[in-house]
Design a protein around this ligand. Structure first.
Ligand code: SF4
Ligand code: SF4
Length: 377
């Protein structure tokens, strides 16, 4: 298998990949703020109803939300790939261990495995299960001694997709115009090499049609400037779509660039795997740091500190306030006089949101109506 050296900014070094480095004109990306997810699964159902109601798709959740540390879909997906990968050492911001491409067994493109059918059968396994039991007399500390959090997941539309690299039919491709990764269903022959290679297990096999399927980044919506179904329906307003530049050319006025590259508050999921995934997470602030570093890389401590200080940083607060405020993609944002404004690609104003919601206090006793109010704000 031909191997090329490519630059992966998330691990701050070059690495091997089956194809040359080709970056799209613009890259589909999203930021998910874990601190706000309530595991209502509205995103999961919105995606399911939109894209996976057909035969052979019954078990499929292109979007899923799992409770960490003990929730998984499929069973133990991250524990298994981390175990197969071996030691994952960071020296500062540079990853010194192997990526899944560098750890590939002979004859394969990436280290991986195909989950068993039963592994997909319990998408809610471990839901709300905390990391341990709470002892009598315990009190809450930061980070929490006993904790859990909700990890919402979709395909990462990776810059170096293992699914693309592993497909012997070249049936999976990354679109030049927006970096969305798609399966050409006419070319796919169902060898499942993509299922084996994707460490996030976000390519799924349709047992009726016998071909691979995956999240399509809601591309018909993206092409019209609309954010994805999982983003616009999110009850917790934890999500924001955006176009991401590379760290050498960030646009500080682009909200996703700002969160990922400028403030470095939104981090990739398991960057050590080497795929340069493009869904970024604001890590949970109540979880012990070693776990966060393993999951989101060495910037986790800084991200938590920046998030805790967001109330003192008007621009950051503005970018965070844009989440869930409009169904359209905001290409730019600006904060002025306590209001954040989102703009479309051609500069059109899309949305205006105050950073602080106004509060009106009404009298407990309304003289005019002669009533008492119990809820007075
Ligand atoms: S997350 Fe998996 S399916 Fe999605 S682009 Fe990356 S390797 Fe492919
Ligand atoms: S809709 Fe939003 S808040 Fe609800 S589970 Fe999905 S990501 Fe979390």
């Amino acid at each position: 298998m031909a191997k090329n050296k490519v630059k992966n900014w998330q691990i701050q070094r070059e690495m091997y990949y089956p194809y040359e480095e080709v970056r799209p004109q613009k890259q589909f990306a999203a930021v998910f703020d874990i601190n706000k997810c309530i595991a209502c699964q509205t995103c999961t159902m919105a995606c399911k109803h939109t894209w996976t109601t057909g035969k052979g798709q019954e078990y499929m959740f292109w979007n899923n939300v799992e409770s960490k540390p003990y929730g998984f879909y499929p069973l133990a997906w991250d524990v298994k790939i981390l175990d197969l990968l071996g030691p994952q050492k960071w020296e500062g911001k540079v990853y010194k261990g192997n990526t899944i491409f560098e750890a590939a067994p002979k004859g394969q493109v990436a280290q991986g495995y195909i989950p068993e059918e039963i592994d997909w059968a319990h998408p809610n396994i471990g839901e709300d299960e905390p990391s341990g039991s709470i002892d009598k007399g315990d009190f809450i500390t930061m980070p929490h001694k006993v904790w859990h959090f909700y990890l919402a997941r979709i395909c990462n539309h990776c810059t170096y997709p293992a699914c693309v690299g592993a497909c012997p039919r070249k049936a999976i491709y990354k679109r030049e115009e927006d970096g969305i990764v798609l399966v050409d269903q006419k070319r796919c022959r169902g060898y499942r090499e993509c299922v084996r290679a994707c460490p996030y297990k976000k390519v799924l096999f349709n047992n009726t049609t016998k071909i691979a399927e995956k999240c399509i980044g809601c591309y018909p919506l993206a092409e019209q400037g609309h954010q994805t179904q999982c983003v616009t329906t999110c009850i917790g307003r934890i999500r924001l779509n955006g176009w991401l530049h590379t760290p050498d050319k960030p646009d500080p006025a682009n909200p996703v660039d700002y969160l990922v590259h400028i403030k470095k508050i939104a981090l990739p999921l398991y960057p050590q795997l080497g795929l340069e995934p493009n869904i970024y997470y604001i890590p949970p602030i109540h979880v012990p740091l070693p776990y966060l570093i393993q999951m989101f890389g060495p910037d986790a401590a800084n991200a938590v500190a920046a998030y805790k200080n967001a109330h003192k940083d008007e621009t950051l607060l503005g970018a965070l306030t844009l989440f869930g405020s409009t169904e359209f993609w905001s290409a730019k944002f600006r904060v002025s006089k306590g209001i954040v404004t989102g703009y479309g690609e051609k500069g059109k104003e899309l949305v205006k949101v105050p950073l602080k919601e106004p509060v009106f206090i009404r009298p407990f006793h309304d003289e005019k109506l002669q009533v008492y109010r119990h809820n007075i704000t």
